[in-house]
Every structure is written in C-alpha cells, then in structure tokens.
Design a protein around this ligand. Structure first.
Ligand SMILES: [Zn+2]
Ligand SMILES: [Zn+2]
Length: 132
C-alpha cells in the first residue's frame, strides 16, 4: 500500500512512492519560495527510482543541478529533482493526503518569511542542515 500518492490540480499527472522517504523537511530558501509560489516548500525526499510518475511532466532548472517538475497542462509544481544525487523531493501540497507529512526540521530559515512563526519544536537551520 502506497502512503505517498499525489498528482497535479488537473489530474493529468499522477505519482506514487511505495517506500518510506529518506527524510521529510521544510525548506524556507528563496528558490523554493519562488518555484513553489508559497512561503516555504514542505517536501518528502525519495530516491528517484522509488517514485513512479505518469503524465505530461515538464521540468525547468532552478539551479544548474536542480530540476523543478510541474504539470505542463496546469502548472502544479510536484517535485524538485537532483539527478546527480539520485534524489527527488515531492511537494506535500500535491499529495492526495498531505497529512501524511511528518516534518523533521526547518532549513534555510535565514530567508524564512517574517510572518511565519515556528513553534513546533523541530530543529531549525539557517542554511543547509548538517549532512546525515
Ligand atoms: Zn495538471
Ligand atoms: Zn529550498
């Protein structure tokens, strides 16, 4: 049974992952804010080959090594993918059931939007978190 199922607003793109994620984090960096069009990017990270994606996905590089993936019909951003590391971060807003998201930390909080108050007790890192 897949815990992580989702897709875009128009339904043309669907994805699922059948494994536990590598980690679950909230990124407050400027690039995520722009790419997602929101205050932060709450995402679940998987190995690329553990996520099956069907439908008309388009990608754009938001930095040389990072591709943002979105539906070419409705524009919903569903992932950011780093091919060199073999990882893909799924946007939790595109999950069928976003409540499965269990965040473990906040990162890049130096660029956190000022109205966002973090009182969940999770670790916070001003930049990149230490490698795990
Ligand atoms: Zn769509
Ligand atoms: Zn980010």
């Amino acid at each position: 049974m897949a815990r992580y199922r989702g897709g875009c607003l128009c339904g043309a793109v669907r994805y699922h992952a059948e494994v536990a994620p590598i980690n679950e984090r909230v990124c407050h960096c400027k690039r995520c804010q722009k790419a997602i069009g929101a205050a932060f990017n709450a995402r679940v990270l998987f190995r690329i080959d553990h996520v099956t994606i069907d439908g008309p996905v388009a990608t754009v590089n938001s930095s040389p090594d990072l591709k943002r993936g979105f539906c070419s019909s409705c524009g919903t951003t569903m992932f950011s993918r780093r091919d060199s590391a073999g990882i893909i971060g799924i946007t939790t807003g595109s999950l069928d059931d976003p409540s499965v998201f269990k965040p473990q930390m906040h990162m890049w909080t130096a660029s956190k939007q000022p109205w966002v108050r973090l009182d969940d007790g999770l670790p916070q890192y001003e930049g990149a978190p230490p490698p795990n």
